[in-house]
Ligand binder design. Structure first.
Ligand SMILES: Nc1nc2c([nH]c(=O)n2[C@H]2C[C@H](O)[C@@H](COP(=O)(O)OP(=O)(O)OP(=O)(O)O)O2)c(=O)[nH]1
Length: 137
């Protein structure tokens, strides 16, 4: 089984609550323009934590430490499993190196994106967990 590992980065929003970082895919055409958790495929022999830390360095130009996994996993193909981990930003400011754009969203903004089909479809599996984390005050 191969893994795609994606990162859930949170930050505090002024005035209360939290925000989640989303990245807008630029390829392939069927998901271009949709929003996802940034990440990518684990290399051979690479741990999920190491893959996430490498991918976010490459894609966002930031240093992160991978934390606990989210509960939901999504089978993308017979041999490819999508997982997400919480990630802590330790250095740098995210910038869209490989994505079209980046946004920080609160729970309401995440729900609005989901409602209009603007998330990469598989990522909707994480909505309940992400929403709980964003609603913490
Ligand atoms: N990174 C990421 N990929 C996701 C998410 N949701 C989802 O269905 N995918 C799919 C899209 C792709 O088919 C696959 C990951 O591809 P990727 O393009 O990010 O991986 P990669 O950086 O290793 O690049 P490549 O070798 O495929 O070019 O997982 C998500 O939240 N983040």
């Amino acid at each position: 089984m191969r893994y795609v590992v994606a990162g859930a980065l949170l930050r505090e929003r002024a005035g209360g609550g939290r925000e989640l970082l989303l990245a807008q895919r630029s390829y392939p055409p069927e998901v271009a323009g949709l929003w996802e958790l940034p990440g990518g495929k684990c290399g051979p022999g690479e741990t999920r934590a190491a893959a996430l830390e490498r991918e976010l360095d490459e894609e966002l130009d930031v240093r992160v430490v991978a934390g606990a996994p989210l509960t939901e996993q999504v089978r993308l193909r017979e041999d490819l499993l999508l997982v997400a981990h919480w990630a802590e930003l330790v250095a740098g400011t995210p910038r869209a190196v490989e994505h079209q754009d980046l946004i920080w969203v609160d729970a309401a903004e995440l729900a609005a994106l989901a409602a209009r089909g603007a998330l990469v479809p598989a990522d909707t599996a994480w909505l309940p967990e992400l929403t709980v984390a964003l609603d913490v005050r």
